[in-house]
Design a binder for this molecule. Structure first.
Ligand code: PMP
Ligand code: GLU
Length: 400
């Protein structure tokens, strides 16, 4: 009998977390590594939010707090959903977790029975399939090509719904592609979903506010209010408020789902930190103007990276509409060989080659379920981004 439970055989560790840790460790050893693997803003948490945390500590908000969120935080989340998304959640339809990832984990553990299917459009955020597998569900991966801007169509959705379908996972703006589902596209998906009343929808809106070029954000429960009870509308403070290390995610969903998630949380984490909750009240209710300032930096970086990548033979890159990732194709690189005679057989070989030859760390497309692509995060300085693109070009030019 082995020490480790069989359920662990079903899953692999998070690639985004793993590559990021590995690349940062190489840097700490003194290696010249440019880390474009991280899924987090490079800006500090705004001062008013940090001040709110200090104040909470000084005031002694240091004891156990309700897992579903302090009353102040629950109220702030309720107001946020109403103001930004025009969705009216009651307080018992709101839940707080230790990050958006934890909310997804809790929701899957609370609802998925062995053999239940979860439709996941690919490319997807790396953690979706593994969380589903941990919950004994079956990920049903639906490939969404570059021609369709990597988004699932109503036809593809219809074709993949079965009697076992429990959830559809939607993520907009998308990690890793940066594309956004328009209101019209969501309406088309809603038409299909209305025909299948047992399917739940996870709407992962964590990049809601990181959106460019005047585009409008839409979320399913708002576009089709009759689906509200079947949607879990997920959000968090990690990305918009530069609070990845603070660990707070939240959601709105039906009372039944929230109550089941609370049950799990009461027997696992209890809650996220009381200080993080106080800081998050300030994040949601305080000034929001820095978000647009950050977005202006992201747009400049996005445009620079897209232009520089498109100058490289073998690589082509679409312009993302939100989040802070590019997801270029490396189709023209596959099959080439390095000066040592090693063939680049796939996007993972390409990423290893970039890391080893030029010290540039990105994440291979296979981790997100669609090859041959790779993800670079442009949430880092202009200088690093420029240097990374120069190095990628140099590495590609050396291939035969
Ligand atoms: N969803 C997506 C699409 C993400 O990229 C992330 C970032 N890791 C999360 C959810 C979860 O983020 P967190 O756990 O930091 O709230
Ligand atoms: N969401 C980020 C990423 O995709 C952070 C790492 C993670 O939790 O996966 O890189």
């Amino acid at each position: 009998m082995g020490i480790i439970a069989d359920r662990l055989n079903r899953i692999k560790p998070s690639m985004t977390v793993g590559i990021n840790v590995k690349a940062n460790a190489l840097r700490a050893e003194g290696k010249d590594v440019l880390v474009l693997a991280a899924g987090e803003p490079d800006f500090d948490t705004p001062k008013n939010i940090r001040d709110a945390a200090n104040k909470a500590m000084e005031e002694g908000q240091t004891r156990y707090v309700p897992g579903k969120g302090t009353p102040a935080l629950q109220k702030a989340i309720q107001e946020k959903f109403l103001k930004d998304n025009n969705i009216k959640y009651e307080l018992d339809e709101i839940m707080v977790g230790v990050g958006g990832k934890h909310i997804i984990y809790n929701a899957m553990m609370a609802t998925v029975n062995p053999g239940d299917e979860v439709i996941i459009p690919a490319p997807f955020w790396v953690s979706y399939p593994d969380i589903v597998l941990l919950a004994e569900g079956i990920p049903v991966i639906v490939e969404c090509s570059q021609e369709q801007n990597f988004k699932i169509t109503a036809k593809q959705l219809e074709e993949n719904i079965s009697t076992k379908t429990k959830w559809l996972m939607l993520n907009s703006p998308s990690n890793p592609t940066g594309f956004i589902y328009s209101k019209e596209e969501l309406k088309e998906l809603a038409k299909v979903l209305l025909k299948h009343p047992d399917v739940l929808i996870m709407s992962d809106d964590i990049y809601e506010k990181i959106i460019y070029d005047g585009l409008q954000f839409s979320t399913l429960a708002s576009v089709e209010p009759s689906l509200k009870n079947r949607c879990l509308t997920l959000n968090g403070v990690s990305k918009s408020y530069c609070m990845t290390g603070w660990r707070l995610g939240y959601c709105g969903a039906s009372k039944d789902i929230i109550s089941a998630m609370n049950k799990i949380q009461s027997q696992s984490t209890t809650s996220t930190s009381s200080i993080t909750m106080a800081a998050s009240v300030e994040a949601l209710k305080g000034p929001q103007n820095f978000i647009e300032i950050h977005n202006q930096s992201f747009i400049k970086r996005r445009d620079m990276v897209v232009d520089l990548l498109n100058e490289i033979e073998g690589i082509s890159c679409l312009t993302p509409e939100g989040a802070f990732y590019v997801y270029p194709s490396c189709d023209g690189i596959i099959g080439k060989s390095t000066t040592n005679g090693n063939e680049i057989k796939n996007d993972e070989d390409f990423m290893n080659y970039l890391l080893e030859s030029e010290g540039v760390a990105g994440v291979h497309g296979a981790a997100f379920g669609l090859s041959p692509y790779f993800r670079l995060s442009y949430a880092t300085s202009d200088e690093i981004l420029k240097e990374a693109c120069i190095r990628i070009k140099r590495a590609c030019d050396k291939l035969k």
